[in-house]
Write a protein that binds this ligand. Structure first.
Ligand code: GLA
Length: 720
């Protein structure tokens, strides 16, 4: 897959579908000769030539010299641009030297390639044998600063993973920007799509045309955030769901990120992506190095669905480390929306009994079980059961007796000012420069996870709980953003706080998942503020949003699924009155299915509806949704109807969700399906028997049906 052509000075990564070709020019600057669909190419040099009217030259001892023909310092497509020199596009690596200078110019030294991908120390990362990696060593031309670029291409999916490790072999420097990748594209004819939003409305698709100048999405809130997601993509202007070039990007990281897209120079697109450099400054002493998180690129020449499917299979095969991820996930009942903080042993036991009646297999006790927490003002940091409120052993035993698994809620990175932990260790919280006034949100502070003693304290508390109560599942929440971020421990190195907080998060969750590998963790952050690849490495599913009304959640789930598998998206039926329970449950099937309501209040008819859909989940979810392929048939961008289809790997089963945003009455509608075997006969429940060919060329005739708004019609399709 990786070939070095010494005479042509190219390193070519190819999996037969996608090629990534690097050219080491005569000045040892590494150019990106080609990135795109595989094709037979004899001469990559022809792909890099620029009009060389405006040449940059340099003088050595009074003699003028030229860079290699075809190289243009300001416009050539590069793997690692220089900084504070001729090239004014933003560089992925910026330092300040001891003398105050910002200049760097990294040149090729050597490279090596191998099968697989190396793990990163302390950071979540891709894994697997189905890939090859080339690492290229660069050295700054006037200092002892080194950068190693890692580029990995997967053999069975069009995914490229890139990152840098920066090593200092000389005098102390400050790293002011340490992005994971640079990618220069020879065109700017793309739509740029990113996923903005807010609490309860995360990951709404935002589309704009790339234009001259800089465009960016970022988070500076300490987590990937409700407001932007690290997933973003470029879609060629002529591309559709299954045609044309689409290039997706993501980052295996949960903290501050920045995707920068700069257009204009030669009408190309210059991308840098990685940790947000705002308030970032990392000291590198002699002998020290800094590892950037891995950036993930999904390349598709067959439309947006291929880009999504690449990401989905990468996340499932090469990212999630939970060893049971490919197995069936139980129907989950969560106590939060049913009773909030207001519960006791008996009421929880009655919840468990009624949850079992609607097919629940895992009961999760949410917030309010610890310290003296009866509202959100106290006790974060005191992870001991509130014995006055609850006999938790009895609750766990009751779950086991009823054949249910048991799960529990934690918010490990936070502390309430009113808590035992805070009264013992007020220095454990991050604060600002104002020593008398401290900003809080939801009445809580962020713990200083840059301090290993703090991480250790929480680890010991969580471990003690897990050993005693043996939960099968933990919901790991994070309910505020980072505001002032002064760590008492870090002295003048406050530019390291944000990244060290994330390293602290990973060290805690990494320790617990290593020690309890069967414990399933579901990520959460005030709903979906930490829906990212960093979290997915440890937690195979994430609470997608606090918005469970399917009329609104439909948009969140649909758009999230462009970058992340449905199986990672916790989706619950709640008591929203928008439509009936069966309809709401049909929608929740297209995620990991669960419930969140007061089960004591359900009528017999509602229980029957929910039980029926839970049975469908049990029968089909693992093969069709968890391990199947997802197709986006109708997008909310295009009309009032939204449609998702999942197909099992062996193409014998498929589930289709047809949902309406607004009422649609008379309309010609033939729903053409995808991914089926044209030769097979399929039974479409309630519709009849058709060949796969018929279903993809003609489609299911839905003309006779009138659809009210908020209809969630489920089609079950099985091979005859
Ligand atoms: C967050 C979560 C909710 C719930 C509450 C508990 O808002 O998103 O699901 O767990 O915290 O306080």
């Amino acid at each position: 897959m990786i070939k070095y052509n010494q005479s042509a000075r190219t390193i070519k990564l190819s999996n037969g579908s996608v090629d990534y070709v690097l050219y080491i020019n005569n000045d040892n600057i590494v150019e990106t000769a080609y990135f795109g669909k595989s094709f037979k190419c004899e001469n990559y040099n022809a792909l890099r030539n620029y009009n060389t009217v405006f040449v940059d030259t340099y003088f050595v001892d009074g003699e003028e010299k030229y860079y290699e023909h075809g190289f243009n310092f300001q416009a050539s497509r590069l793997e690692l641009g220089s900084h504070a020199r001729i090239d004014k596009r933003c560089s992925p690596v910026i330092i300040r030297r001891g003398n105050g200078s910002y200049e760097t110019d990294f040149r090729y030294v050597s490279h090596a390639s191998y099968k697989g991908i190396k793990p990163l120390n302390g950071l979540p990362c891709a894994h697997g044998e189905n890939c090859e990696t080339v690492e290229i060593l660069f050295k700054d031309y006037t200092s002892e600063l080194y950068a190693t670029l890692f580029v990995t291409l997967f053999s069975d999916k069009d995914i490229i993973v890139k990152n840098f490790v920066i090593r200092n072999g000389g005098e102390r420097v400050e790293l002011l920007c340490a992005k994971s990748m640079q990618l220069d594209l020879p065109s700017m004819d793309y739509d740029w799509v990113h996923f903005g939003g807010r609490w309860s409305e995360e990951r709404q698709l935002k589309r704009s045309l790339l234009h001259d100048g800089a465009q960016q999405v970022s988070s500076n809130r300490g987590v990937s955030s409700h407001y932007e997601n690290p997933f973003t993509y470029l879609q060629a202007k002529d591309a559709t769901a299954d045609y044309g070039e689409v290039i997706g990007f993501n980052l295996i990281y949960s903290g501050n990120f920045k995707f920068d897209c700069e257009c204009g120079v030669w009408q190309g697109t210059h991308i840098t992506y990685g940790i947000n450099e705002e308030d970032f400054c990392w000291t590198l002493n002699n002998g020290e190095s800094f590892t950037t998180p891995q950036a993930v690129i999904s390349y598709s020449y067959a439309g947006t669905d291929k880009m999504s499917q690449n990401f989905h299979s990468f996340i499932k095969d090469n990212l999630i480390s939970y060893r049971h991820d490919r197995e069936y996930k139980p129907v989950l009942f969560n106590s939060w929306e049913g009773c909030y903080f207001d519960f006791g042993t008996d009421s929880i036991i009655s919840y468990i009994d009624d949850a079992a009646k609607i097919g629940s297999e895992l009961f999760v006790l949410d917030d309010g079980w610890f310290g003296v927490r009866n509202d959100d003002r106290t006790s974060l940091g005191d992870w001991k059961v509130n014995g006055k409120k609850l006999d938790l052993h009895k609750v766990v035993e009751h779950c086991r007796k009823k054949g249910l698994k048991f799960g529990i809620w934690f918010e490990p990175e936070m502390v309430s000012p009113v808590s035992e932990l805070y009264s013992r260790h007020s220095d454990y919280a991050l604060k600002g420069e104002n020593k008398t006034e401290h900003t809080a949100h939801r009445h809580q502070y962020v713990l200083d996870f840059t301090n290993p003693a703090v991480v250790d304290d929480i680890y010991c508390q969580m471990r003690t709980f897990i050993v005693e109560y043996k939960p099968d599942y933990v919901k790991w929440d994070y309910n505020r953003m980072v505001y002032e971020h002064v760590s008492p421990r870090l002295g003048s190195r406050q530019g390291e706080v944000y990244h060290r907080l994330i390293l602290g998060y990973y060290s805690l969750i990494g320790r617990l998942t290593a020690e309890f590998p069967d414990l399933m963790i579901e990520g959460c952050a005030g709903g979906g503020a930490r829906f990212d690849m960093g979290t997915l490495y440890y937690a195979p599913q994430i609470w997608t949003s606090d918005e469970s009304n399917p009329a609104r959640r439909l948009f969140i789930n649909y758009y999230t699924s462009l970058g992340y598998p449905l199986s990672t998206m916790g989706t619950h039926v709640n008591d929203s009155t928008i439509t009936d329970y069966e309809n709401k449950a049909n929608f929740a099937l297209f995620g990991t299915y669960g419930y969140e309501m007061n089960p004591n209040k359900l009528t017999e008819e509602q229980c029957t509806q929910l039980k029926k859909v839970a049975d469908i989940y049990k029968q089909y979810h693992n093969a069709v949704v968890n391990n199947g392929t997802l197709y986006h048939l109708l997008s909310p961008e295009d009309g009032n109807a939204v449609c998702l289809q999942c197909v099992s790997q062996d193409k014998t089963q498929s589930l289709v969700l047809f949902a309406t945003i607004a009422s649609e009455r008379e309309k010609y509608r033939f729903l053409r399906l995808k991914g089926l075997n044209p030769e097979y006969n399929y039974r479409v429940e309630g519709e009849g028997i058709y060949t796969g060919e018929y279903l993809s060329t003609v489609g299911i005739n839905m003309c006779s049906q009138w659809f009210n708004e908020h209809t969630f019609r489920l089609l079950i399709i099985t091979r005859e």
